[in-house]
Design a protein around this ligand. Structure first.
Ligand code: NI
Ligand code: MN
Length: 233
């Protein structure tokens, strides 16, 4: 499978079964090099929560490509009103799609949908995603603080790759992401949700060094927006 980073928390996964995108924040994402109109073919659009840096251009992409939006029940109900194809799920539940298995995991974060005037519409609970493709499991943690139940994810899933936030302030900082890595022990870790805005600036190389020292079994990979990483079958 090919994992393409589009900046912030947006990743695309291309496999032999299809093409999915997670948290398509592209147009107002200062890191992104891809535009929503660059995506002609998509099968699934996974949304971790209702904040604008994650919901992004999900509606536009769903309309342009016919891809199904997969998200929590409440946010999904809100999105359905825009006439897009939505599959509502909730934390702990999994469902098999033609492009892979998707399971919603806990994330410690909000999911309000911003109305633009400083108020929010209820958007359910923020989540992360376990994605099963090509007999491998990928974990996109979403926006989250550190939580001990990551140990339960490790008990059930031998993770090939985990995308973990390291930006601090709104989500885990580097030290907490190291503790998350210790619990999850994936083969590869891609840090995300940092350096997009001044308040979440981090030194990604310092994170890599710390990871190598504390969790040597997990290899850190730094991707710039537009970069991809291929995981062999
Ligand atoms: Ni958020
Ligand atoms: Mn965010």
């Amino acid at each position: 499978m090919k994992v393409i980073f589009h900046g912030h928390a947006c990743f695309e996964i291309q496999s032999n079964k299809g093409r999915i995108i997670i948290d398509p924040f592209l147009r107002n994402n200062p890191q992104a090099v891809s535009k929503p109109e660059d995506f002609k073919e998509l099968d699934g659009i996974l949304i971790t929560h209702g904040h604008s840096d994650h919901l992004g251009e999900a509606i536009e992409l769903a309309k342009n490509t016919g891809a199904v939006i997969i998200t929590n029940f409440e946010l999904g109900g809100y999105l359905e009103k825009f006439g897009v194809n939505v599959h509502q799920m909730h934390i702990g539940g999994k469902h098999s799609f033609h492009f892979g298995m998707i399971k919603l995991t806990t994330a410690l974060h909000g999911s309000g949908i911003p109305l633009g005037d400083g108020t929010f519409l209820y958007g359910g609970l923020a989540c992360g995603f376990l994605i099963g493709v090509e007999d491998k499991w990928v974990y996109h943690a979403g926006d989250t603080g550190l939580f001990g139940d990551m140990q339960l994810i490790r008990q059930q899933y031998d993770l090939e790759l985990a995308m973990l936030p390291i930006g601090d302030n709104f989500v885990m900082g580097p030290e907490d992401a190291i503790l998350a890595a210790k619990m999850l022990r994936p083969k590869y870790i891609i840090p995300m949700h940092y350096n997009t805005f001044p308040v979440i600036e981090q030194d990604e190389n310092a994170f890599l060094e710390l990871l190598q020292r504390r969790v040597p079994e997990s290899k850190g990979i730094i991707l710039q927006a537009g970069d991809s990483y291929t995981i062999e079958k």
